[in-house]
Write a protein that binds this ligand. Structure first.
Ligand code: NAP
Ligand code: ZN
Length: 352
């Protein structure tokens, strides 16, 4: 066991503050990574503030962060994929049982015994796992990912959650050329959804509550932008979408989007508002439409996504911040004031 620097929250109403935490010494299969950048996901905020108490209560102190890129500093004796000095990344998962049908299919993200990067039971040290708002992390090499060398590291970090969470359902639901695809909520996830849908050749329509994001949406790859508070604009798209990705973090009317789906259209929720959403049965019945959800992605698909981003030079649009500004970044997330992901430069933690 060793101590490493981190930012943690002591409770649901506490600000994140400097602390030190324990990490395990690398075992034979582990890599130890010095963290260079960590993205700020809205799930970090939901967890720190215990928004998801009824589903996955937060254990404090809580160290969030699951969009991690860094450099390997130590490898265990049995590690084969990495050597000291390599770039490596860690996303939302650090372990799974490896034996269930989902794990065997490379869908560790649906393993019933998955261990998340933060707020999951830590079988090595007890307590819960601690995430990437930290100097270093130790992870089984099966859950480390290769980062294409051409990618900007601050912008690559958000690929580990915002990237894979939008890439995976779009692949699953067949987003390709000729499809009309909507993306609801132009935040961290949404803006990656726009980039992927555009790269896959779809006709992309962004739905935003923020009129000041219109120009950016087009630059990011949207073909059309709809300010969702404008009912007339919404109505123009009624019954026309093959697929809609809903990446909204707060309560909103999902029926307004279900009505925009065409026959057999699908809307997938990746946004995870704390409160249940009310769904009109008629919206789904009329048109054999479907509503589904999707959680991050498995390890093989996460690597596929990173390699796709390397080949197409795709990264997140980031505002790089020192860790000392992380509390401020949470307040801005709550105001939809993010363009389009905060990425923490972890060098700032060394100064603490
Ligand atoms: P984010 O950067 O804060 O973006 C959320 C966006 O939602 C905002 O920028 C805003 O976009 C829109 N929005 C916010 N409040 C709204 C409201 N009241 N009504 C309508 N639209 C609103 O958040 P994120 O990091 O992308 O995460 C989005 C959600 O996905 C969170 O709930 C997060 O926990 C969840 N998530 C799920 C997974 C998964 O595996 N399924 C993975 C990661 C995150 P506009 O300004 O364009 O309206
Ligand atoms: Zn996330």
């Amino acid at each position: 066991m060793y101590k490493t620097k981190a930012y943690s929250a002591a409770g649901a109403t506490s600000a994140l503050a400097y602390t030190t935490i324990a990490r395990r010494e690398p075992t034979a299969h582990d890599v130890q990574i010095e963290i260079l950048f960590c993205g700020v996901c809205h799930s970090d905020l939901h967890t720190v503030r215990d928004d998801w108490h009824s589903v996955m209560p937060t254990v404090y102190p809580s160290v969030p962060g699951h969009e991690i890129v860094g450099r390997v500093t130590t490898v265990g004796s049995a590690v084969t994929k990495y050597k000291s000095g390599d770039l490596a990344a860690v996303g939302c998962l650090v372990d799974s049982d490896g034996t269930c049908p989902h794990c065997k299919a490379g869908l560790e993200n649906y393993c019933p015994n998955q261990i998340l990067t933060f707020n999951s039971p830590d079988k090595h040290l007890g307590g819960v796992t601690y995430g990437g708002y930290s100097d270093s992390i130790v992870v089984d090499e099966r859950f480390a990912l290769r980062v294409p060398a051409n990618l900007n590291l601050a912008g690559a970090a958000p690929l580990l959650c915002a990237g894979i969470t939008t890439y995976s359902p779009m692949r699953h639901w067949g987003v390709t050329k000729g499809k009309k695809v909507g993306v609801v909520g132009l935040g961290g996830l949404g803006h990656m959804g726009v980039k992927f849908a555009h790269a896959f050749g779809a006709h992309v329509v962004v739905f935003t509550t923020s009129p000041n994001k219109e120009e950016d949406a087009l630059r990011l790859g949207a073909d059309e932008v709809v300010v969702s508070r404008n009912a007339n604009e919404m109505q123009k798209h009624a019954g026309s979408f093959d697929f809609i990705l809903d990446a909204v973090s707060a309560e909103h009317d999902i029926n307004a989007y279900i009505n925009l789906l065409g026959l057999d259209g699908n809307i997938t929720l990746v946004g995870a508002p704390a409160k249940p959403l009310g769904v009109s049965a008629f919206g789904l019945i009329m048109g054999r439409r479907s509503l589904s959800g999707s959680a991050i992605g498995g390890i093989p698909e996460t690597q596929e996504m990173l390699d796709f981003c390397g080949a197409h030079n795709i990264t997140a649009d980031v505002e790089v911040i020192p860790i000392q500004k992380v509390n401020e970044s949470y307040e801005r997330l709550l105001k939809s004031d993010v363009k389009y992901r905060f990425s923490i430069d972890m060098a700032s933690l060394k100064a603490e």
